[in-house]
Design a protein around this ligand. Sequence first.
Ligand code: F6P
Length: 361
Amino acid sequence: MKKIGVLTGGGDCPGLNAVIRGVVKSASLKYNYEVVGFEEGFDGLVLPGKTRNLTPLNVRGILPIGGTILGTSNRANPFEYKVTIDGKSEVRDVSKDVIKKIQMMGLDALVVIGGDGSLKIAHELFKMGCPVVGVPKTIDNDIMATDVTFGFNTAVEIATEALDRLHTTAESHHRVMVVELMGRYAGWIALESGIAGGAAIILIPEIPFDISKVCQKINNRKKSGSNSTIVVVSEGAKPVGGGVSILCTSENGGSAERLGGIGNKVGADIGKCTDMEVRVTVLGHLQRGGSPCAFDRILSTRFGVAVVDLIADKRFGEMVCLKGQRIESIALSEAIKAQKRVPTEEGLVKTAESIGISFGR
Ligand code: F6P
């Protein structure tokens, strides 16, 4: 009987449990494989006592549940692992120990469910001989190799509902409501929820904005009788000639900087160049928590099943992806090459501009 491992790495995302369930059910029912779950992302591969057997029985009921039953970490990286020795912390490469552990456990394959950071680690482990397969995950939808990632549509639904709610209070008070949304260096969440939620202005990382154009739009709206305006700001948005707003760089050994604060800056600037009252909402992790929408449950299930098929076909070093309506696969080496960013001269941006939405350009 084959034995496969599974872990969830990076930030949590609606649909992770649905992937785990898909993997476990398909591995067990279709192939009669055993499944071991590693807890807390790559920590589970490094630290002792962080494994658990996964069976169709113990993944029962997790399909609609947010987060990940295995836990996750966006800090644990076996190639740069933080250890504390005699009270001093240092960074070590423990990847060889991880490979040994996988061999000792008799694993025939390892499923890594993660975003670009985790998939890069998966690819490095594959290059060292580990039979890895990947599942792309992120609410940001910024992985080029797949048309869409699970979690993204749920985040868009949550943000759209927030915008609907902010409309009513904005209209009642004749206010400008600025809403900062997640997405890192890609504006997909802001763009899609901004259009779906009827925003008048959407600021995304791919289109540096001119604050005077933003204010002009708000003032023109007021002149033509619109007494309230919804401004969606992606956390990675930046002014022309300016930089991204960073809350803090690498936190507690984490490798990535935390973005945020641009919503408040834009709000303060709008307050200065219009005579309207402004309020700022930072939606934050509400976009990532809770139950996945139906689309994400289905995509996660398809990815979970397809990644086990990859293992059965011995297609190690590959990742499942969605192309049109089909689930396909791509080499991890290709998948980690580029980030998917919003095209600025076609598609949804042009659709939005055609109905008068401003990107501050
Ligand atoms: O990548 C997903 C994401 O939610 C980004 O949109 C956001 O910038 C980041 O993770 C937040 O990370 P953390 O949960 O570590 O604050």
